[in-house]
Design a protein around this ligand. Sequence first.
Ligand code: DAT
Length: 174
Amino acid sequence: MAARAHGPNILITGTPGTGKSTLAAELCQRSTLNYVNIGEVAKQGDLYEGWDHIYECQMIDEDRVIDELEEKMGQGGNIVDYHSCEFFPERWFDIVFVLRTDNSILYDRLESRGYTGKKLEDNVQCEIFQTILEEARDSYKEEIVHELFSNTPEELEDNLEKVLSWIEHWKATH
Ligand code: DAT
């Protein structure tokens, strides 16, 4: 099959709670692209390499996740959602969106998700220090990395329209 026969591959990344899965799921509803939630891929294939005692969660086995997705990503047409971005092969993505949320809004979202203590504080710090944005800029060509603000339903709608028009443009030019 020709490379990217099913369309472009898009990475949606950002601190937990910035709205990645909300945006990615809605984009998949409104386009022909396929939703790839890395947390779900790891869960379905039991692709873990141990327990993280600090954050009390499974640690995903990055190499096995990459092997699992390699063929699908080669075909194209995927929207990948994950809160980290440096371990993916750079060649996988045609564009990278980094979602950003104001600290106080993010704090409330994570608290209502049940995050407390260190997990809550560290995730808010991660957003304050723009950790994921810098990781994306270090890992991918600068011109394909775009920051999107995701504080309000209006911004969510703007982001949907921006990404959908980028997808249409990609399809018209490939
Ligand atoms: P993530 O997948 O990055 O962890 P999410 O999509 O689960 O984040 O969103 C976290 C919560 O915030 C969820 O209750 C939906 C809400 N949300 C997401 N984007 C939003 C936006 N732009 N405006 C208001 N609420 C939003």
